[in-house]
Design a binder for this molecule. Structure first.
Ligand code: PLP
Length: 386
């Protein structure tokens, strides 16, 4: 076994969840998914596909209908994106791994803004690349980018810059002006940008014309060294389906198809049919999901902010409240105690970067916002009993 695999850290979120095994009374907000099932018409499309006998492989890059539907969806939001730039993948995490495999050699330098979802740091390490973290700094609970520090860190020696904005776990988003400076800079250094934009539609501000967080697709050309990663998981309530996609410069799409052959060969066809149905009626899913998540955020955040010792800024995007709990600096130990002593399941900050010790992530995607109120009540009581 390769040493790098032996050295991979087990998920600290799983470690906390394991502490709650067998406890049906725990209110769990640790994982990054909601508790609402995929809409009926999407599930029906998959059932119809199976009934029709669509049990075979598809093209490596996905069904032409799905690639066209994705391209249309993106074109409506960001301006023209051609279907020949789309590669369908088996989930966002698979899309990311394929992007990394396509771009990285062992020993390459990868700059990455942290704190960040641990898969984004593990994947380059698995491929033998070297990480150069660019840390956000908390300012009154809001994780903030020092743009000049990022530009200084990305040099011609930097093969890939990974940006997850809107971010899991911090909710940090890039402004349009920051994106433009970063894109201009990476054009100079020859650095590839891998933009993980799976949360871009879960945006609660009203300062963009398309309602999404600023996207590199709004400003980049089809020939830029830019790979954008997307997923059906979050904006279409489809985490378990494992369906995502990549937006690529058209010149590399064909070769990425070869790489997909050696990973998964293709996403399953009935799942892709579900993806087509989801996109065709996206207007019936995503706006409702976003409105509901906004209600959840606006329920949870003020209640948490009112607790003594909590440092939290309202996130503009995503589905997480990432907060510091003063006096509880070992976040893994705190999260485990919260499960055992309060029946409350949160993710420890150190799962996302060691410097987020003392922070906790609360996924607020809850069908019933009252669960969030109940959860805060449990936290309040637990803090009071310390
Ligand atoms: C930042 C980020 N990127 C990508 C993904 C991948 O999602 P999926 O593999 O479910 O499409 C996730 C899932 O939590 C995520 O948080």
């Amino acid at each position: 076994m390769r040493q790098v695999i032996l050295d991979l850290e087990e998920s600290k979120i799983r470690e906390v969840a394991n502490a709650g095994i067998g406890r049906s009374d725990v209110l769990a907000f640790w994982f990054g998914e909601g508790d609402e099932v995929t809409p009926d018409f999407v599930r029906q499309a998959a059932i119809d596909s199976l009934q029709k006998g669509e049990t075979f492989y598809s093209h490596n890059l996905g069904l032409p209908e799905l690639r066209a539907a994705i391209a249309l969806h993106l074109s409506r939001l960001h301006g023209t994106v051609a279907p020949d730039r789309i590669a369908v993948t088996s989930g966002g995490v698979n899309a990311l791994m394929i992007a990394m495999q396509a771009l990285l050699e062992a020993g390459d330098e990868v700059a990455i803004v942290t704190p960040v979802w641990p898969n984004l740091t593990a994947q380059p390490l698995i491929l033998g690349a070297r990480l150069k973290p660019i840390p956000l700094k908390p300012v009154s609970g809001a994780w903030t980018l020092d743009l000049e520090a990022l530009l200084a860190a990305v040099t011609p020696a930097t093969k890939v810059l990974i940006l997850n904005a809107p971010s899991n776990p911090t909710g940090w988003t890039l402004t349009r002006a920051e994106q433009q400076r970063i894109l201009d800079h990476c054009r100079q250094t020859g650095t590839w940008i891998v933009a993980d934009e799976v949360y871009s539609q879960l945006y609660y501000e009203s300062d963009t014309p398309n309602g999404c967080a600023p996207s590199f697709l709004d400003i980049a050309s089809s020939e830029d060294r830019l790979v954008v990663v997307h997923s059906f998981s979050k904006s279409f309530l489809m985490t378990g389906w494992r369906l995502g996609w990549l937006v690529l410069p058209s010149a590399i799409t064909h070769d990425v198809g070869k790489l997909i052959e050696f990973n998964t060969s293709c996403a399953s066809v009935f799942t892709q049919r579900a993806g087509v149905a989801a996109l065709q009626r996206a207007g019936e899913i995503t706006p409702r999901v976003v409105a509901h998540l906004k209600t959840c955020r606006d329920t949870l955040v003020p209640l948490l902010q009112a607790l003594p010792g909590v440092e939290l800024a309202k996130p503009a995007a995503g589905m997480y409240a990432f907060f510091r709990l003063a006096g509880h600096d070992d976040s893994l130990a705190t999260a485990k105690r919260l499960v055992r002593e309060a029946g409350l399941g949160l993710a420890p900050g150190e799962a996302f970067v060691p410097e987020a010790q003392g922070w906790l992530r609360w996924c607020f995607a809850s069908r019933d916002p009252q669960r969030l109120v109940l959860g805060v009540e449990r936290l309040r009581k637990w803090l009071g009993s310390k």
